[in-house]
Design a protein around this ligand. Structure first.
Ligand code: DOR
Ligand code: ZN
Ligand code: ZN
Length: 392
């Protein structure tokens, strides 16, 4: 096909290193086809999928089953996380070269994966290959319960209780002691960035992620969105949000934490409504819009959504438009203005917290490994065209 790229920007395919595609076990919310189609429409050509599926990706058998189930559905490339449990320490280490990373939940969220006791945390940190990414969900269990029991009023306070930093402090201390690499998922507060910065000064090999949700929304949006704005970690104060932008140089990756739930599930009473919002389709457009406002450069986007994820997750064939790497390419129109709508969301649950937002920056064409896969609103590839990534 002949494409006219006049006025368009050429970018490498985005890598979303934090999605929850619900396959297997939650395919009424999302499956690997709908999730990867949403990715494609958002200029994301590689996704790394979290292990809190049902069953969780916490054993060799569950990993093999999941890979077999998703392979015929994917339309972008993918890697999987392995989920840490209290008892799968040896198995996790044995499977390290088959996964993008291990995910360790120090605070509970959707699903059952959780490791809070010192001995298994320490053993995972010391046994999992030290150069391989270990990603922690560092929310403190106590404070989560506190937030949950009190509902939105309490967690909308300007600052979380001090105990919310305990999980992160523990993770940093154990990473220091064991000398391993560590990647902190969804940092949201100024205090977390301070702790990470201080740890780095001491030589701890820690990197960190922020989500577009926390870069673009605050507790004010939570009031407006109700349960649809409920997420772990919660939306924070505008003061914390501005701190994320102010300390943007500390942030290594932007991952969406794309966590779809159906309207039916979200419309339950607050206590019962699950946490999470979609994000994989809107990340690049929102970041391009922020670039158009002068908040960051396009290079800074590519650094955090392509270059750093490739390094941290040791992706072998991916590159930022580099010679010898997969031709994962996105053409965007940085000038095109439009409104984000729920109708445009390809995720099965069909909603976005950004509906009604007018932005500038549109994904026009997407190539995955050289094949034109998305063209101006149309998905051109068949289920199963996506491949598992390889690791260095
Ligand atoms: O809000 C969240 N939802 N936070 C998480 O950590 C998990 C996610 C989900 O899977 O629903
Ligand atoms: Zn998490
Ligand atoms: Zn997540």
């Amino acid at each position: 096909p002949v494409l006219d790229a006049t006025g368009l920007l050429v970018l490498p395919g985005m890598i979303d290193s934090h999605v929850h595609f619900r396959d297997p076990g939650g395919t009424h919310k999302e499956d690997f086809l709908s999730g990867t189609q949403a990715a494609l429409a958002g200029g994301v050509t590689t996704v790394l999928d979290m292990p809190n599926t049902n069953p969780p990706t916490d054993s060799r058998e569950h990993l093999e089953e999941k890979l077999a189930q998703i392979a015929p559905k994917a339309v972008v490339d993918y890697g999987l996380y392995f989920g840490a449990t209290d008892t799968n320490i040896e198995e996790a280490a044995d499977l390290a070269d088959r996964v993008a990373a291990m995910k360790l939940y120090m605070g509970s969220s959707t699903g059952s994966l959780l490791v809070t006791e010192f001995p298994p945390i320490y053993q995972h940190f010391s046994t999992f290959p030290h150069q391989k990414a270990l990603v922690v969900h560092a929310e403190d269990e106590q404070s989560l319960k506190y937030f949950g029991a009190q509902g939105s009023k309490i967690h909308n306070q300007a600052r979380p209780p001090l105990s919310a930093q305990i999980a992160l402090s523990r993770a940093l201390a154990i990473a220091e002691k064991t000398g391993r690499v560590l990647h902190i998922a969804h940092t949201t507060t100024e205090r977390e960035l301070e702790l990470i910065y201080e740890a780095r000064q001491k030589g701890v090999r820690v990197t960190c992620e922020v989500t577009p949700l926390h870069l673009f929304l605050t507790e004010e949006a939570q009031q407006r969105l109700g349960n649809y704005g409920k997420v772990n970690p919660p939306l924070r104060s505008s003061r914390d949000r501005e701190a994320l932008w102010r300390h943007f140089d500390i942030i290594d990756t932007i991952g969406t934490d794309h966590a779809p739930h159906t309207r039916e599930e979200k419309d339950q009473p607050y206590e019962k409504a699950p946490s999470g919002m979609t994000g994989v389709q809107t990340m690049l457009p929102l970041l391009l819009n922020a670039a158009s406002e002068g908040r960051l450069t396009v290079e800074a986007i590519v650094q955090r959504c392509v270059v750093n994820p490739i390094r941290i997750f040791a992706l072998a064939n991916k590159g930022a438009l580099e010679i010898g790497k997969d031709a994962d390419i996105v053409l965007v129109n940085p000038q095109e203005e439009y409104e984000i709508t729920n109708e445009s969301i390809l995720s099965k649950c069909g909603w976005t917290p950004f509906a009604g937002t007018r932005i500038k920056g549109k994904v026009k064409q997407v190539f995955v490994r050289g094949e034109l896969s998305y063209d101006d609103g149309k998905i051109l590839v068949q289920p199963g065209s996506g491949r598992q990534v390889r690791y260095r």
